[in-house]
Design a protein around this ligand. Structure first.
Ligand code: ZN
Length: 548
């Protein structure tokens, strides 16, 4: 049993924002943080994290609790397992009351096996020769802990000698269970140890040199090994990633080893999988720009396109480099083209430009019908980006298609349905006013003296929701978390904003009245006089109420 004292000591160290931020994308919203809820399906965020209270709560499905509860729910763990998981993540040593620390034994098994594999490499000439031919130095083999897994029975024998049980080994993914027998997961393969971001050994990647079916295999998915959340060599690259604010993501273990050897110590690799949203929290740490260094063949191109779409829509900065002609970063390091690599990494094709040009490659732009489809696909993609980026890339898209920018219509058409709770930004000023009521409720009376809901042209509904204090309404939450929308933070700013808004409003009304011929003369002159009066007052810096 884990001692209560050490649970309390661990709890005292945990920060709920950090714990949840390891798993999902979260955004600051005033004093809190928000995210789309990981426990139910939703688009606008109703999942709120309070650093002051150290709790989370979802207004949509009611999920809530502290950092340990979150880890239990998200990782599907029981209470002690969640404690061990958190202790492991934060390098915290737990104390056990009856001297049994099951977690420690677990990583110990994988570590012992890794140490067993290492000296076997130098005793296996064809494995060692393969690595040397690829250009890998002795020092890199040592630094990355590269080893060699022998025949199946030898690994199993070793584990038994070390007093590990087979159920343990199976649970940790180093031994597999067949129909009638058990077998080592890695057989006659060069082994690349894979670590969690904090450096705990969690599994292996293995490359065959004796013609086994799959060129590469990885540890299977297990409690300690989740390939869609891990990056190869991240624990070694972490420091450079934070310092240089740059991360190079490749597809191969050898690429990473060779890039590190050439001084690109910010290189990591996905574990034989595509980049997924699960990777994003790790990619965001240290706010690096992300350089995808992928193969130029059609599989690599497709993978890079998906990754670039995901990263650009998630607001990442960076770009893509495709290696053409069967070359990869490892080959380029081996042949000494380090300066060329340096230049490539300095100027990757930015994500959005890459995605747009890749989409166009699929169409025959000489054919007008095809060109229209290409335009529609590009527009659908641009709509996944922030409004500012959409505007920025409108002329770019028009120019690569050779069409007028006016044909790039980015506002939502009635044919693209909007979910009832989704926030569509029509007027940022009106939304700022709504946010002011949400964040500074004491300004509400001041606002209501001069503005009534009907003065708002686009966001009357949100304004009324805010007045009714429906703060858990998803659309208001969406306004709260949207960092483009800023509340008017002081009463002076609010006043001058209201003056500008009302000035525009009454000028517009004045023009309307003047051009209207159906009004009775007396009514018309009255209205004109009253509007001119208001406008004059506003010009002198005085607020006017809408009544009278
Ligand atoms: Zn929820």
């Amino acid at each position: 049993m884990i001692s209560q004292d050490s649970i309390e000591a661990l709890k005292a160290q945990l920060d709920i924002v950090d714990v949840i931020g390891n798993y999902i994308e979260i955004k600051r919203a005033g004093a809190n943080f928000k995210a789309p809820c990981p426990f139910h399906d939703e688009k606008s965020p109703s999942f709120v994290i309070s650093p002051a209270k150290q709790i989370y709560h979802c207004f949509g499905c009611g999920a809530g609790g502290d950092a340990i509860k979150f880890t239990m729910e998200y990782e599907k763990l029981n209470y002690p397992e969640a404690i061990e998981k958190l202790a492991d993540t934060y390098n915290f040593t737990l104390h056990y009351e009856n001297n049994r620390g099951p977690k420690k034994e677990k990583s110990l098994l994988v570590e012992k096996l890794a140490k067993y594999y290492i000296p076997l490499l130098s005793k296996t000439p064809n494995a060692l020769n393969y690595l040397k031919e690829r250009g890998i130095f002795e020092s890199s083999i040592e630094c990355f802990g590269i080893g060699y897994a022998p025949a199946s029975h030898m690994s199993i024998e070793f584990l038994k000698q070390q007093m590990f049980t087979m159920p343990e080994a199976i649970e940790l993914g180093v031994v597999g269970q067949g129909e009638s027998n058990i077998y080592a997961r890695f057989i006659e393969r060069i082994t690349f140890p894979i670590h969690s971001p904090n450096g705990t050994l969690v599994g292996f990647g293995g490359r065959t040199i004796s013609g086994h079916q799959a060129k590469y295999v990885n540890s299977p998915q297990s409690r300690i090994f989740n390939k869609s959340r891990l990056l190869y060599a991240y624990h070694l690259a972490k420091e450079t990633i934070y310092r240089k604010k740059e991360m190079i993501v490749t597809e191969g273990y050898l690429d990473v080893v060779m890039l590190h050897q050439a001084g690109f110590t910010q290189a990591v690799a996905t574990l034989g999988t595509a980049l997924t949203p699960d990777h994003l929290p790790l990619l965001r740490k240290g706010a690096p720009r992300i350089i995808m260094a992928y193969d130029g063949d059609s599989a690599g191109r497709k993978a890079a396109l998906k990754a670039a779409q995901l990263l650009s829509a998630s607001g990442f900065d960076g770009g893509v480099i495709l290696f053409e002609g069967g070359l990869d970063p490892a080959d380029m390091v081996k042949s000494g083209q380090i300066e060329v690599l340096n230049r490539l990494f300095l100027k990757p094709l930015p994500f959005i430009e890459f995605v747009l040009t890749q989409i166009l490659l699929n169409y025959d732009l000489g054919n007008p019908k095809d060109k229209e489809s290409a335009l529609n696909e590009c527009i659908a993609y641009l709509k996944t980006l922030s409004p500012i980026l959409q505007e920025e890339y409108r002329p770019y898209l028009a120019s690569i298609l050779g069409i007028s920018p006016s044909l790039v219509r980015l506002t939502r058409s009635s044919s693209s349905p909007v979910a009832p709770n989704e926030l569509v930004i029509h007027d940022i000023w009106e939304l700022s006013l709504v946010k002011t009521i949400i964040e500074h409720p004491h300004f509400t009376n001041q606002i209501l003296n001069y503005i009534k809901p009907s003065l708002l042209q686009y966001h009357r509904e949100e304004f009324e929701l805010a007045l009714a204090k429906q703060l858990d309404n998803p659309r208001l939450m969406a306004i709260s978390v949207n960092t483009q929308i800023n509340a008017f933070s002081s009463s002076e700013i609010l006043k001058s904003e209201l003056i500008t808004f009302l000035g525009n409003y009454y000028n517009k009304e004045l023009k309307k009245v003047i051009s209207q011929n159906t009004l009775k003369f007396e009514k018309k002159t009255f209205l004109i006089r009253s509007y001119r009066d208001k406008i004059a007052k506003l010009k002198r810096g005085e607020l006017v109420s809408f009544e009278g």
